[in-house]
Design a protein around this ligand. Structure first.
Ligand SMILES: [Zn+2]
Length: 227
């Protein structure tokens, strides 16, 4: 069994069946909805960052300081980590459409529609060794090629932003669920700041109406789900 843990905002920890630790968008310190101190987390094997905004790049460099952790990201973002003192042997540059295998997980980079100071915003599709497929959309508006991603990768678990203002709102995110057609969807990137949508109620209702076969799981920050 693998475990998915929401660390608040867009930050997730995935523990694979083999015990490898993957962190996505690890904004921990200063994240008002992260309930865990960075020092209390398991040492990372793989760190993925969707774009260089502070609420996503977060504590990536600090997580990479321990153990043999490796980061994967667009070359421009990898350059920022290198400038922050992360040794080059811990950094893997890639780009949209490509896949790399790290820590027993196949990481595929996808497009996202957002902005970034350097490089572009992206999402990730992770294929675990047992076959589970997880899509972290990053920060994005809806786009019709989400349907193509769903067809190509048979996505089991989708992690989608619903908070509006900077990303999809509940209306767009529910339509994205229909395009992606996952088994399970977890809303993210809401409730962190007063400007964002504060809860997942509207999103849950819209998905239940539009795609009742897709299960919405609303975690509290810090909670885990096994799959
Ligand atoms: Zn963000």
């Amino acid at each position: 069994m693998a475990k998915l843990r929401w660390l608040g905002h867009a930050a997730f920890q995935i523990t694979t069946a083999e015990g490898r630790q993957i962190y996505i968008d690890p904004w921990l310190e200063g994240n008002p909805s992260c309930p865990v101190a960075k020092g209390d987390l398991e040492v990372a094997d793989l760190v993925l960052v969707t774009h260089d905004h502070h609420d996503h790049l977060g504590d990536a460099a600090a997580l990479l300081a321990a153990g043999d952790a490796v980061a994967v990201g667009q070359p421009e973002l990898i350059g920022q980590l290198e400038a922050a003192g992360v040794p080059v042997e811990k950094l893997i540059g890639m780009n949209i459409g490509g896949s790399v295998e790290v820590a027993g997980v196949v990481v595929t980079m996808t497009q996202a529609f957002h902005s970034a100071a350097r490089g572009g915003p992206v999402g990730y599709i992770l294929t675990l060794a047992q076959g589970q497929v997880i899509y972290h959309a990053g920060d994005t508006g809806i786009f019709s090629d989400m349907e193509l991603l769903g067809k190509l990768y048979d996505i089991d678990v989708a992690l989608l932003p619903i908070g509006s203002v900077y990303t999809m709102d509940p209306f767009q995110a529910a339509a994205a669920v229909e395009l992606i057609s996952p088994q399970v969807v977890f809303p993210m990137h809401y409730g962190t700041f007063p400007a964002l949508v504060q809860d997942a109620a509207e999103f849950s209702q819209l998905v239940a109406k539009r795609t009742p076969h897709v299960k919405v799981i609303v975690l509290k920050p810090g909670e885990k789900w096994e799959f």
